[in-house]
Write a protein that binds this ligand. Structure first.
Ligand code: ATP
Ligand code: MG
Length: 583
């Protein structure tokens, strides 16, 4: 399927000239060492993300706003870089007072309140490893992660503490619970032994010398989304800051005066790499919106804060599309000048929708994963968009398509998406799982687990996760291609495609689709969608079966869980469902 290329204006015709204004030449001359000089480093020579994201800007332009916060109930707060420095120093002192040392794990379990950000960078300043957990988790996923990581301290809100109270006794490594009662929202008394964040912060000093960390010391650990199996604890090092800064400039095109909004929760890697590190290592102001998804509320955030650069995800874009084009028309979105997406394949339909409806801004897809720590492949502002493509690798990173032996294949051929190890934000370990880590490398490549193609101009095209690719009558079919065709049908909101075992064809393609408001799930409609897909795709690739469902199972980070669709279809065990979103 071909979608017309979206052409970009000449460099001088952008309202703001893109940071990345040439590609091939930069790729050739680029060196991470050279860019590394743009980081401050610690006085003693080490590197710490908290210094690069907060203190260095506090020293140079302390009164610049780092964070515009809007609470779920409409509360507004602002924090400058200088305030963030002092608060994070205080929190680092609190941790030091509790005996936290370099390398200890400190986990955070709370919604998107400013204190989450304070705690996160305070943890890094104390030399500890920060582990943010998504606030919608129930007790079991929280216990699994705290147990696996051996976390010593948990920072939590009263409400979430209540949710998991009964598991806290199961965790021998957990020594302290710090309770953040944001703006006195909770009237409940503290449980015995718990530490009040507010009290501890009030008596802590705002001065702190960052515990000397090297660029290789661990900084953050994130459990993966669990789309394909049990979540893995990917561990990152302070050096990742370098790549966050670089991709913040190249892929997000962040400039000094931008107002940036990343919709991802810090419980997932996008929420830390791009909801903390990328904007702040570049000294850019960002909006944090505590509330959940509601189309009108989201457009309102863009209008109210004058958001210029917006980073979101396909699932959110599809929900905005589903909510209708008349809603964005009611808001002033004219400040938006660059929009990006990550997390799942971005259907061409969604890219084009942005251009039609969101201040003429097509969404720029980019690709990366928890393990890669930062964007590796991107559509850049200056570069024409080929809708459906993830774009081209960032300068300083080599990606390739390899066969089952780890040898590069010809352009146009499908294979495993692989990366040459050594990029700064690469994961350094799966926590306590060396074997799993080692299994990801082959013939000198890191094998990502995704299948893709590269065209002759070096653009990468996602095919599917290796586990999701369908083998039907000798054809390998990527679910993404089929799903993208299906959602072009006006009645289809979302689609998830699986291979269903078949005695003749090995597998047949089966699609699950949910409908836009106002469409009834009739046989007639199902047949019509089937015919529509056949017309768009070859008969071999089009779904043989279509089932209309109310909604598709998704991870809490919004990814369609094809493995669950398949397990349910076949009546097999569902496996790890700790990240499954509740309806
Ligand atoms: P798990 O590894 O536990 O199964 P996960 O892979 O979904 O979960 P993440 O690291 O959050 O965990 O997601 C990264 C994956 O998301 C990528 O490997 C890829 O499959 C998918 N992905 C991310 N961005 C894109 C994109 N732009 N296009 C297509 N797929 C994407
Ligand atoms: Mg993965």
């Amino acid at each position: 399927m071909d979608y017309p290329t979206i052409a970009k204006p000449g460099l001088d015709d952008f309202s703001v000239r893109p940071n990345l204004d040439r590609y091939d030449a930069l790729r050739e001359s680029f060196s991470w060492q050279e860019l590394r000089r743009e980081l401050d480093g610690l006085p003693g020579g080490g590197l710490n993300l908290a210094h690069e994201a907060i203190d260095r800007h506090a020293a140079r332009r302390g009164d610049k706003v780092a964070m515009y916060w809007e609470g779920a109930g409409g509360e507004e707060e602002q924090y400058t870089f200088a305030q963030m420095r002092d608060l994070t120093n205080r929190f680092a002192n609190v941790l030091r007072g509790l005996g936290i040392e370099k390398g200890d794990r400190v986990f955070i379990f709370m919604g998107r309140v400013p204190e989450l950000y304070v705690a996160f960078f305070g943890i890094l300043k104390a030399g500890a490893i920060a582990g943010p957990l998504f606030s919608a988790f129930g007790p079991d996923p929280v216990r699994d992660r705290l147990e696996d990581s051996g976390a010593k301290v948990l920072v939590v809100t009263p409400e979430l503490r209540g949710r998991i109270a009964h598991i806290l006794g199961d965790l021998p490594d957990l020594k302290h619970v710090i309770v953040v009662n944001k703006n006195g929202r909770s009237q409940d008394p503290l449980a015995p032994g718990d530490i009040s964040y507010e009290e501890a912060m009030a008596s802590a000093s705002p001065d702190f010398d960052i515990v000397p960390t090297t660029e290789e010391d661990y900084s953050i650990m994130h459990y993966t989304s669990g789309t394909t199996g049990k979540p893995k604890g990917a561990v990152h090092a302070h050096l990742a800051a370098l790549q966050h800064m670089a991709t913040g400039r190249w892929a997000l095109d962040l400039h000094e005066d931008d107002i940036y909004w990343c919709t991802a929760d810090p419980g997932w890697v996008t929420g830390t790499s791009y909801g903390m590190s990328a904007p702040w290592t570049n000294g850019v102001s960002q909006v944090i919106y505590e509330g959940g998804f509601r189309a009108s509320a989201w457009y309102q955030v863009i209008q109210k804060y004058g958001v210029t650069v917006w980073y979101t995800a396909p699932t959110a874009i599809r929900m905005l599309m589903k909510a209708g084009d008349d809603i964005p028309a009611r808001y002033d979105l004219s400040t938006l000048r660059h929009t990006c997406s990550v997390g799942e394949p971005l259907n061409p339909e969604a890219v084009i929708w942005g251009e039609k409806v969101i201040n003429n801004q097509p969404f720029h897809d980019n690709w990366w994963q928890t393990e890669t720590g930062a964007i590796l492949i991107a559509n850049y502002p200056f570069q024409d968009i080929r809708p459906g493509s993830m774009g081209r690798p960032i300068p300083g990173v080599r990606t390739a398509i390899v066969d089952e032996n780890g040898n590069e294949v010809e352009p146009g051929e499908e294979g495993d998406l692989a990366v040459q190890p050594g990029w700064p934000s690469m994961f350094r370990a799966y926590w306590r799982n060396q074997e799993m880590y080692d299994s990801k490398f082959k013939n000198g490549w890191y094998i990502t687990g995704d299948r893709a193609r590269m065209d002759s101009d070096g653009y990468f095209w996602f095919v599917g996760r290796a586990d999701d690719v369908i083998n039907t009558a000798g054809h390998l079919v990527g679910p993404f291609e089929v799903e993208s065709a299906l959602i072009e049908h006006p009645a289809v909101a979302e689609a998830g495609v699986i291979g269903k075992p078949d005695p003749v064809a090995m597998e047949v393609v089966k699609a699950f689709v949910s409908l836009h408001e106002g469409h009834e799930p009739t046989d007639r409609l199902r047949n019509e969608i089937m015919g529509f897909a056949r017309q768009k795709l070859s008969a071999a690739v089009a779904p043989r079966e279509i089932e209309i469902v109310d909604s598709l199972p998704k991870t809490r980070s919004g990814k369609i869980m094809r493995r669950l669709l398949k397990a349910r279809e076949l009546g097999l065990p569902e496996g790890d469902t700790s990240t499954l979103e509740e309806d």
